[in-house]
Design a protein around this ligand. Structure first.
Ligand SMILES: NC(=O)C1=CN([C@@H]2O[C@H](COP(=O)(O)OP(=O)(O)OC[C@H]3O[C@@H](n4cnc5c(N)ncnc54)[C@H](OP(=O)(O)O)[C@@H]3O)[C@@H](O)[C@H]2O)C=CC1
Ligand SMILES: O=C(O)C1=N[C@H](C(=O)O)C[C@H](O)C1
Length: 246
């Protein structure tokens, strides 16, 4: 299968180029970064694109790929309901094309989100702490935003009450961001890569679900799973868990 990488000289993109080159069943035919001509994807016969670029440019990249019938496996963050609706609209005109958007491709992070979804309705309190390298553009992380949405959805489905919180005086930001009713706290720490804790609390106990990516190699196996499966999943898929039977 012919694979192209967008963001090829970036921190994750470079790792993905190496992962594709190391895979016997995949061929890296295009490595594109800022300033390069995206038409190289078409000229090289790219069948699947891997995108790890920037929230500001990813929509333009995907419009190009969908228009040219190139499947896309996307790690870049910054997707909201409006952006997902726009992708659905573009895909309606290219019904054989598949796009996978995954806020996190590491298996541990996917399991952490799954475990948090299971735990959320059993506890009075649930808050999320995400910790990343200080060169990250977006806050909160895509993973934290997705976890908050999943926690909120699980609690709505279970009829859980609002979280207890007596805060009546606050320096702005001290209680984190409100994402779908769930508090999310973002730390940017030199030396870190990608880490998250989901802290749950009930009478007399807490449960902390923590995941750590200590190397960007953690994203490789999940991305390659997406690359190998995307052609069989036309349309829009959000979350690698849908390709993992989770
Ligand atoms: N889903 C997941 O599992 C993961 C997602 N991410 C997300 O992936 C994205 C990239 O992260 P990271 O690698 O750390 O960031 P980097 O900044 O290290 O890499 C992004 C690269 O994309 C390049 N770029 C910018 N615009 C374009 C364009 N139009 N076409 C091609 N390349 C372009 C940048 O060039 P320049 O620097 O010159 O602008 C840079 O080389 C972020 O949104 C991050 O949150 C990260 C890790 C895992
Ligand atoms: O920017 C990063 O580094 C990461 N971004 C993704 C996110 O925003 O969740 C995935 C992972 O946390 C690394």
């Amino acid at each position: 299968m012919k694979v192209g990488v967008l963001g090829a000289r970036g921190k994750v993109g470079a790792e993905m180029c190496a992962a594709v080159e190391a895979a016997a069943d995949l061929e890296l035919v295009a490595s594109i970064d800022a300033g390069d001509d995206i038409n190289a994807l078409v000229e090289s016969g790219t069948q699947v694109v891997i995108d790890f670029t920037h929230p500001d440019v990813v929509m333009g990249n995907l419009e190009f790929c969908i228009k040219h019938g190139i499947h896309a496996v996307v790690g870049t963050t910054g997707f909201d309901a409006g952006r997902l609706a726009q992708l659905e609209a573009w895909l309606a005109d290219s019904p054989q094309t598949g796009v996978l958007i995954a806020p996190n491709f590491s298996i541990g992070a996917i399991l952490m989100m799954k475990f948090a979804t299971i735990a959320a309705p059993f506890y009075d309190s649930v808050e999320i702490i995400e910790l990343h390298h200080p060169t990250k553009a977006d806050a909160p992380s895509g993973t934290a935003a997705r976890t908050a949405a999943l926690v909120a959805e699980a609690r709505r489905a279970a009829g859980s009450p609002p979280f207890p919180d007596a805060t009546s005086q606050e320096i702005e930001g001290a209680r984190g961001a409100d994402v779908d009713g769930v508090r999310v706290h973002a730390l940017r720490i030199r030396g870190m890569i990608a880490h998250q804790e989901v802290v749950c609390g009930g009478p007399g106990e807490t449960l902390t679900i923590r995941h750590d990516s200590m190397d960007r190699a953690s994203f490789g196996p999940g991305v390659l799973t997406g690359v190998r499966q995307i052609a069989a999943h036309p349309g829009l898929t959000v979350g690698l868990e849908h390709f993992l039977d989770l």
